[in-house]
Design a protein around this ligand. Structure first.
Ligand code: TYD
Length: 136
């Protein structure tokens, strides 16, 4: 399990705080795509799947959410609720986003353009993907 929280710089200022992310600096990949998840109705779950190649970094810009990460052996729950840290997810992990607060806004920085064929949406297929040694 190599998912990990990464702290982002926080420039505190009486006029309002500022944080930033640069590719290959705060996060270890080149940013090819940015998307965000918002207006999530209470109790909804998003993103129950794994990626073969895509790496990503998730920040709760507003509100909070939990990310449940599973590497096929163990599960780990990460709570995101500040805009000055995020969760780095290497490729090959199963993850789902859940427990969104009202008005939660989660931004996801991705290392790839959108590619539907990079998704593994079936958990048994994910386990065989891991077993095939294709991880990462
Ligand atoms: P998806 O990643 O499958 O969301 P979830 O895993 O939460 O169900 O994305 C939902 C839909 O949005 C899917 O039809 C593909 C589309 N989509 C894009 O076109 N581009 C993107 O960058 C993303 C993330 C999704």
């Amino acid at each position: 399990m190599f998912a990990r929280i990464i702290d982002i710089p926080k420039i505190e200022d009486p006029r309002g705080n500022l944080s930033f992310i640069e590719e290959f600096r705060q996060i270890p990949f080149k940013i090819e795509r940015t998307y965000w998840i918002y207006d999530v109705p209470g109790g909804q779950v998003r993103g129950g799947h794994a990626f073969r190649k895509q790496e990503e970094f998730i920040v709760a810009l507003s509100g909070s959410l939990d990310v449940l990460v599973d590497d096929g052996h163990e599960k780990q729950l990460f709570s995101l609720n500040r805009s000055y840290y995020g969760l780095f997810l290497p490729a090959g992990l199963w993850r789902q986003m859940q427990n969104f607060s009202t008005n939660a806004l989660a931004v996801v920085l991705s290392s790839t353009l959108y590619d539907g064929s990079d998704y593994i949406r079936d958990y048994d297929e994910y386990l065989s993907f891991l077993g095939s040694g294709a991880k990462g």
